[in-house]
Write a protein that binds this ligand. Structure first.
Ligand SMILES: O=C(O)CCC(=O)C(=O)O
Length: 294
């Protein structure tokens, strides 16, 4: 976890850090929904500490990043939408790809895991939601660029993917998988009474661009996936509370959310971005994840 007081006060060396020019201009347009006193997102030292932690651990939790008022508003505006949530087909492999009939059933590209959580898509988020203000806020985006070590950050070009709210009622879960996007930005809105634990193993997939090719890197990834699915490799769990900002490298880290217990559904928002403009999900991916294309 990162707090304003815990790490050294310097940006990591390198041309990117210099180019991004983190300065106090960010605070000219502060989001009213973020706790700027606790987390000075325009302060180069704070950005550097967050980046160091993400690079070290493969994940970052910034506690109490969003104000309690913002969380309460978003829960109030979203909770009653659970009945409108879309529940995608419930089994998939960890790569979120089609099965490969040329490989045995127990190959990691064919082993199926279960995902039963539901979601509402970007076009179901109210226009005046705090989630929209935070998602678009330039200071927040600049902060994310600095922490992730990227120069640009852009919304998805399709109408559904940018802001999603996930729901997991009793017994619902999200099975082990790698994300298609390189990084994930999430915030828990409401914790369940039990379960709903985020487990992950950082840096399992060394070369996500290699596709399905039979490379040494892919074979090594398949071996580790098998070990994790069999419970033979240790996994880490990340604890976070409502309002904490969570970042992880979802394309490289294998991750899951365990089944929720009790009458209170787990609610979480995913802020999805790209590091280049104009990128949207394909029609077939939209159908898979949302059951519709717009
Ligand atoms: O629910 C969470 O904590 C993580 C969500 C996630 O892993 C995903 O959307 O890929």
């Amino acid at each position: 976890m990162v707090d304003a007081t815990t790490f050294s006060d310097r940006l990591p060396p390198g041309p990117r850090a210099t180019r991004l020019e983190y300065d106090r201009r960010v605070s000219d347009h502060p989001s009213p929904h973020l706790d700027h006193e606790r987390h000075p997102i325009g302060d180069p030292g704070f950005v550097a500490r967050c980046r160091t932690e993400l690079d070290r651990a493969g994940s970052l939790v910034v506690p109490g990043f969003f104000t309690a008022e913002a969380i309460a508003r978003v829960v109030a505006e979203s909770a009653h939408r659970e009945a409108d949530a879309y529940y995608a087909s419930s089994t998939h492999n960890v790569y979120l790809t089609d099965p490969d009939p040329s490989l045995p059933d127990d190959h990691p590209r064919n082993r199926q895991v279960v995902s039963t959580k539901g979601l509402i898509a970007d076009d179901q988020i109210p226009a005046d939601s705090p989630l929209r203000e935070v998602y678009a806020n330039p200071g927040f985006r600049r902060f994310l660029c600095g922490v992730l070590g990227i120069d640009e950050i852009h919304p998805y070009a399709d109408a559904l993917s940018s802001i999603n709210v996930h729901f997991a009622g009793a017994g619902r879960e999200l099975g082990w998988h790698f994300d298609n996007s390189s990084f994930a930005v999430t915030m828990l809105l409401r914790a369940p009474e039990s379960g709903g634990r985020f487990d992950y193993v950082p840096a399992v997939r060394a070369d996500p661009t290699a596709g399905d090719a039979e490379t040494t890197a892919n074979r090594r990834t398949d071996e580790r996936v098998t070990a994790i699915l069999d419970g033979a490799e240790a996994v880490q769990s990340l604890h976070f509370d409502p309002g904490d900002l969570v970042l992880f490298r979802g394309r490289n880290a294998l991750h899951r959310v365990t089944p929720t217990g009790g009458p209170v559904s787990r609610m979480l928002v995913v802020f999805a971005y790209n590091d280049e403009p104009g990128v949207g999900l394909s029609e077939s991916a939209l159908r898979t994840f949302y059951g519709r294309t717009g």
